[in-house]
Design a protein around this ligand. Sequence first.
Ligand code: AVJ
Length: 323
Amino acid sequence: VRKDAPEDLAPRSSTRLIDEGAALRASLLQELPEIPARYLYDDTGSELFERITGLSVYYQTRTEISILERAAADIVAHARPRHLVELGSGAGRKIRILLDALRADGPSVTCTMLDINELFLLQSIDRLSADYPEFVFRGVVGNFMTDLGRLGPAGGRLVVFFAGTVGNLHPDERRSFLGDLAQRMDDADALLLGVDLVKDPARLEAAYDDPEGVTAAFNLNVLSVLNRRFAGNFDTSAFRHRAFYDRKNAWIEMRLVATRKNEVCLDALGLRLAFDKGAEIRTELSCKFTRASLEASAGEAGLTIDRWYTDPADLFALALVRR
Ligand code: AVJ
């Protein structure tokens, strides 16, 4: 197993922090203030998300796993990958299903995991290396929006993007992400996308507002992340969680709503924000798809759906996408 070269695990350079700060500042100063979703996934947020995946109302994870278990042999036979690349690796549970199918198939494969959370990435790689000694694992700490150039050479790659995380991108971002990825793919590459499907809005909204309040804690945690990273003084008790389905855009929005008038300073950004009672901050989008809408979105990037795997209740789908 090759632990990645130091530069791949290097901490952010100061210039990137300045860019990042400027981007966050601009997001917070929008008409509808936004906090980019990546800030949700610090260690606490990543652990809270892991808990969300086990909630009964959050059907997405277990449904995707059931589809993957049924489709893995067909995916491997069809894509014949020599390199697996997982974007946003999370706990590495799903990639094991593909590794098991590949193990049955024989060829030794390299597996590159890209994740923004270094702790989770290293834990995943250590566990996977121990369980799959015949494969080579590589960790890249990065963001799938900007670091696709660090995923190794084209040709025989199966890039997997599970959990519907492609839905977290605003349609404009999704267009540039798929366009960038398509540029880096050749005809022997394939992309496996997990997508949450359009369905009864009540079912969707329930998945993002569980009665135990785990999703609320996940959402509110982002304020603590900003306080820590940008010397802020958000009072999390001054905000509550809100999740709703926007039918026109076919996406779930998570927002934080001010429960009272309050002011916040983010000293590292030289920013002071005043929130009236009821003022909102958008913290995450989660786009929902139909086969037709994904086909259209992939088509804009010159990609096409080659295989479409779904569950009997049509809750979730895995799409094998090629150039
Ligand atoms: C991991 C981004 C796919 O959008 O469903 C879960 C994150 N947010 N509950 C999603 C999430 C609230 C999840 N993704």
